[in-house]
Design a protein around this ligand. Structure first.
Ligand code: ZN
Ligand code: ZN
Length: 439
């Protein structure tokens, strides 16, 4: 089994880290324990050049990093974090277009089998819009037509609707999406076989919508910096090859499950207005008639509420094709809280992280598999407790809203009840998230 992160960005996308290049991605993938990483941004001419120069085809129809770059990357890691990493050619397109009398804004992930077909696709998309301005280009191209163009560039092209529930830029989003995947891709809808659930939703939320039963649910990081790699990931059986990946994404055969954010941590879990600092659970939004109590304008309806609108099943029911999943919190966050320091990037955090990776291996295995006593030997009893709390879901969460990330506390304040999975503002102390009892 291996972990894959199929949606990332490069330094050529807006608001991304300047070190988001192949060498750093490769090094970080080894540190996280990810064996297959999306290339990100293949539509960008500068990034396409870097991909062409630094990636070489492997025997399984995917790509690996050129030997000298890979060696330089691996040298920055302890021997415990030097597993093999492959790349799959990937990009994300932001489509903004009119359909059914409304403006639609949908993000789509594309995966392509080889650089030649990427070059063909890029040449075609260049005629539609500017690919140079942003690694995630904005094109006035209907999602259905984007899919068609990708399939023309290569019949094995894979299109995955990205973070399908986010309000502003997704296929099912409350602001400019559709009510079903079918409605968006119309006659080509059968080519859509997998959807990305995004940071603000987890599988049980998606299981409530029976029209999603036919889709393989995947999770990816959408990373804008190397350290965010694999904050969500998808687990597959066997060895990474293009054929196996394509089969798993189209039929679910070979898909083991996903590694998830707690959805409350995502930026659009609850409703509200960021600038008015109104964070509202769906029940409060309903009570307020959908309006912000501060400014009186309609609130940004988040993912939890939107799922509720489209749901035709009660919470807690597994969809027929459901896979296993685990909800995790970043190791740097747990370490920072264990040490009682504010930042995830302070020297003390980095030192302990380095020791943990060196002694125990990559981050995903520390978070999910390494026995508590091993963790305790390297990081002490409080770190062990922190990781065990995350594994059992015994943590405190405050849901994100309107673009503001939610917050997670692994160790509850003494004053707060430790068994609550979700904490809402004082105005609604008794309205826990419907997902809180479904895991
Ligand atoms: Zn996106
Ligand atoms: Zn407001």
């Amino acid at each position: 089994m291996y972990a894959a992160d199929l949606h990332i960005h490069s330094k050529y996308s807006r608001a991304t880290a300047t070190d988001l290049d192949l060498e750093h991605l490769h090094r970080e993938a080894m540190r996280k324990g990810v064996s297959l990483v999306g290339s990100g941004d293949f539509t960008h001419p500068g990034w396409f050049t870097e991909l062409s120069e630094q990636l070489v085809p492997d025997s399984g129809g995917l790509y690996r990093l050129r030997d000298d770059v890979a060696a330089a990357s691996a040298a920055g890691n302890p021997p415990s974090c030097r597993g093999e990493v492959r790349f799959v050619l990937q990009t994300e397109i932001s489509s903004i277009y009119r359909a059914g009398e409304r403006v639609r804004k949908v993000h789509n992930i594309l995966l392509m089998p080889d650089l030649d077909s990427v070059a063909r696709l890029n040449a075609r998309l260049e005629r539609v819009g500017n690919l140079k301005s942003d690694g995630r280009p904005i094109l006035g191209l209907d999602s259905r037509d984007l899919l068609e163009v990708a399939l023309e560039a290569h019949p094995e092209a894979i299109c995955i609707p990205a973070h399908i529930w986010t309000p502003w830029f997704s296929v099912l989003g409350s602001k400019s999406g559709f009510d079903s995947v079918q409605e968006c891709y119309r006659d080509l809808a059968a080519h859509i076989t997998a959807v990305e659930t995004g940071l603000s939703s987890d599988p049980p939320m998606n299981w409530r919508v029976s029209s999603l039963d036919g889709y393989v649910l995947v999770s990816n990081s959408d990373a804008h910096s190397p350290s965010k790699l694999a904050r969500e990931a998808t687990l597959f059986d066997g060895e990474p090859t293009w054929a196996a990946l394509r089969r798993a994404l189209s039929t679910g055969d070979g898909l083991v499950g996903t590694v998830e954010f707690y959805p409350e941590e995502g930026k659009y879990h609850l409703d509200g207005h960021r600038k008015c600092e109104t964070r509202m659970a769906p029940v409060e939004t309903a009570r307020a008639g959908g309006l912000c109590p501060v400014c009186g304008k309609p609130v940004t309806v988040g993912v939890l509420n939107r799922v509720e609108q489209l749901a035709d099943r009660d919470a807690g029911i597994r969809s027929p094709r459901a896979r296993d999943f685990r909800s995790l919190v970043g190791l740097d966050q747990i370490v920072a809280e264990t040490l009682g320091v504010a930042g995830r990037t302070t020297r003390r955090v980095e030192e302990l992280m380095g020791r943990l990776l060196e002694r125990l291996g990559p981050e995903l295995s520390i978070l999910t598999e390494v026995p508590g006593e091993e963790i305790q030997k390297v990081g002490g009893p409080r770190l062990r407790e922190g990781i065990e709390r995350v594994r059992s879901g015994d943590i405190v969460l405050l849901g994100g809203y309107d673009g503001e990330f939610g917050t997670v506390k692994v160790f509850p304040d003494e004053s707060a009840p430790s068994s609550l999975r979700s904490l809402f503002p004082p105005s609604s102390p008794s309205s826990p998230s419907p997902t809180s009892s479904s895991q």
